[in-house]
Design a protein around this ligand. Sequence first.
Ligand SMILES: *[C@@H]1O[C@H](CO)[C@@H](O)[C@H](O)[C@H]1NC(C)=O
Ligand SMILES: *[C@@H]1O[C@H](CO)[C@@H](O)[C@H](O)[C@H]1NC(C)=O
Ligand SMILES: *[C@@H]1O[C@H](CO)[C@@H](O)[C@H](O)[C@H]1NC(C)=O
Ligand SMILES: *[C@@H]1O[C@H](CO)[C@@H](O)[C@H](O)[C@H]1NC(C)=O
Length: 376
Amino acid sequence: MAGWGGFFVSLLNYKTEKYVIAENKKIGILFRLYQLAVLGYIIGWVFVVRKGYQEREEAIQTSVITKLKGVTLTNSSETGLHLWSAEDYVIPPNGEQVFFVVTNYIETPNQRLGFCAESFKVPNGRCQSDDDCVVGETVIAGHGIKTGLCLNSTGTCQIRAWCPVEHSQRPTEPLLSAAENFTIYIKNFIRFPKFEFSKSNVLETSDDSYLKRCSYDRENHLYCPIFRLGDLVSWTGYDFQGMAAKGGSVGIVIEWNCDLDKDSTQCNPQYSFTRLDLKLNKSVTSGYNFRYARYYKDQNDVTFRTLYKVYGIRFDIMVNGQVQQFKIFLREVAYVHDSGNRLAVNACYCFAGWEIQYCTHNNCHWFGCCPAWCSK
Ligand SMILES: *[C@@H]1O[C@H](CO)[C@@H](O)[C@H](O)[C@H]1NC(C)=O
Ligand SMILES: *[C@@H]1O[C@H](CO)[C@@H](O)[C@H](O)[C@H]1NC(C)=O
Ligand SMILES: *[C@@H]1O[C@H](CO)[C@@H](O)[C@H](O)[C@H]1NC(C)=O
Ligand SMILES: *[C@@H]1O[C@H](CO)[C@@H](O)[C@H](O)[C@H]1NC(C)=O
C-alpha cells in the first residue's frame, strides 16, 4: 500500500526545470565553440559543399522508344540480290531500348532435314573410322546427331541435321556497309515523381516536318534526337566499317541532371557514347554475332529453312539522371553531446526556408515553423 500512497503523493508534486548559470569563462567559451562548430558544419558542409538546402531525387522514371530508317541492297554470290529494310535488319523490330542492327551476315539457304557431313570446323565431328561416330550421339558444339558413318570425303561424321550445314566464311567487308548512313530516332521521356517534373528529348513543335529533316547537333539541334549510325560509332572513337564487319556493342547514355530552381529550359539531355565490347583486333572474343532461321514450305508441304549468321552492332540506351530543388526542412541534424557536463547542449538546427531554428533539450528558440521531429 505504501507504493500506492507514494504514487498519489507524487501526483501532487509540482515539477519544474532548474537552470544553472555557470559564470565560468572556460565553460562559456567551450559552449560558444560548440555552437560555432555546429554552425560551421551546417554552413560549410551541409550548405556550401553538399548543397543540403536542396532536395534531391535520383529515382528517374523513363521510357525509350527507337526507330530506324534506311534501306540497302546486298548482292551475294550465292543467293543474289536481297533488299534490307528496317524490318529485316533491326532485331527485335519493335523499337526497344536495346536492339541489334545487322551489318554483315552468312546466309545458308535451302536447308532441309536429312543426312550430311558435319562441318570440319567442329572438332568433335572429325573422324578416322566409323568407330569415332557412335550412332545416336550428339556432336558436341556441332549441328546434329551422328549416324555411325565416317565420311571419307570430308573426314567428318555423317549427321542427321538441317542440311547442308553452314560452311561459308564471314565476308571481310561488311555486306550492309550502307548501314553507316541509316538513321536512328531515339524518343526518351523522363519523369521525377517526387517533384512531378517530366520532360522529353524531342522538340515540342507543331511543325511535323521538323523531325523529318533535322539531325542531332549539340549546339543547334539538341532536341532533334535523330542520329546517323556512322556518327554514333565514330563518337565512341571507332570506325564504323571496322566494327560492322565483326560486330560490336555501343552504349548510348542520356543524362538528365537538372536544378529545378532554374528555368526548365536549363534542364537538357546530355548524350554520351561508348563502346561496350572488347575492341581487341585478334581476340576471338571480339565482335558480336548470333544465328536465326526463317522457315518456309515447298509445294509438297515439306519444311525448309534459310539460316542466317548475323554480325552487327548492338545498341544499349541507358538513361540516368537526378534533379534537385530547394527544400523546406533540412534533414541533416547536428547534435552536440556532452552529457557529463551540466551545460550539455543537445542542439538541433533546422531550416524552414532560410529561417534558422535552434533547439536545446526541451525548448525551441525559434524564428520559423518548428517541425515535430526537431524537438525529439
Ligand atoms: C550481283 O552480282 C553478280 C555477280 O556476283 C553480278 O553479275 C550482278 O550484276 C550483280 N547485280 C547487281 C545489281 O549489282
Ligand atoms: C574409306 O576409306 C577406307 C580406307 O581408306 C576404305 O576402306 C573405305 O571403304 C572407304 N569408305 C568409303 C565409304 O568410301
Ligand atoms: C553515306 O552517304 C554519303 C552522302 O550521301 C555518301 O557519300 C557515302 O558514300 C555513304 N556511305 C555509304 C557507306 O554508303
Ligand atoms: C585493328 O585492325 C585495323 C585494320 O584491320 C587496324 O587499322 C587497327 O590499327 C587495329 N587496331 C588494333 C588496336 O590493333
